[in-house]
Design a protein around this ligand. Sequence first.
Ligand SMILES: [Zn+2]
Length: 407
Amino acid sequence: MNEYALVAVLLALLGGLVVGKAWERYKLRDGRWIDRRRLRETPHYMLGLNFLVDNQTDQAIDELTQAASSSTDALEIQMILGNLYRQKGQVGRAINVHQALLQRPDLRPLEQAYVLLCLGLDFRHAGFVDRALEAFEEVLRLDAQNRYAFVNLQKLYEDQQQWTEAARVREQIAKIDSPHREEHLQILGFLRNEIGSAQARTGDVAAATRSYQDAIDVDARTIPAHLNLGDSRLQQGQIQAAIEAWETLVRTLPDRAYLAFERLERAYRTLGAPGRFVDLCERHIARSPQDWRARLALSRHFAVAGQYRQALELLFEALPHNPHGLVIHQEVWQALSALSLEPALVRRYVALAREAVFYLDPHVCVRCRYRSTELLWQCPQCHEWNTFVEERIAPAKDTVVAEMSES
Ligand SMILES: [Zn+2]
């Protein structure tokens, strides 16, 4: 939410600059010579802007309110004030300020568009979805290229899980920018995947399958679409085609290959060819030597077949890459006890665990630093798509030392 507030303030500033310029021309053209230098002569205006940049909302509100009282028709100041109220959670007040601005008889279309945009943000913040939609659509009628209005429309539709509408809006944004920019393709890929999931929930597997394929065609890095494509093909009885979808994921997006391991293991088994899973994992480990999940998956595969020594070797290899993973330790103990706690093996395990480097909160949003113990495709905090990476943190004791030396 914080990030949105910041974007809104920056947007307001930007809007203020643009509107300010237009407004200055307007005043001159109409011959109503209002001396805008007077505004700059009061210290409140500059102070207010400085507090704004410094994120000191309350002080910014105080100073800008005083500046506005000496020049009551300063549109941009009122607009910013309204946005600051919204940022502070006083949405009712923000709505009042922005609605009052809309009542001004001499607003030009561009000015009206910016005020409406602010009002739309107020409504969205307050949870008035329909009124927010209306406001953003009105902005676009006044200013057909308004990227911020499009972006907010998309997010509103996403909030309502109206994925088709969200995708349509994103396509329009892509048209304004350059359509092949990675960002657009990535978002469209995820939105098409969501369209497919919605279709799958209503039981239309064929349509869902097409949507997942669309998602991959738009952006081959849409990981959940690969998984879902395989699932829906399997549901339609096409096990070979399902395996193909999952193998493509393992091959093309090795970092997330593990998401397909369980599915592939089961499918190969169903086909009576469990050896294919061993081959797949070994090929994958050779390409991605730090992948502990492939080793874990393969060790389970061996353990199920009673090959505990092979299983244990893989777990010992996996451990240094993710010593924090409780699941590895559990599997190690199962294998060890199946091997009657052979002393040499127990000693190796203890030594490995002692040297281990630890991980914490593995998934972090690269946009807003939101932390999650599980992998998420859309960040619950900043609502961006596919922003999570696995973070590796220094050993716990080093972190403590670093923090202590900082303070
Ligand atoms: Zn985020």
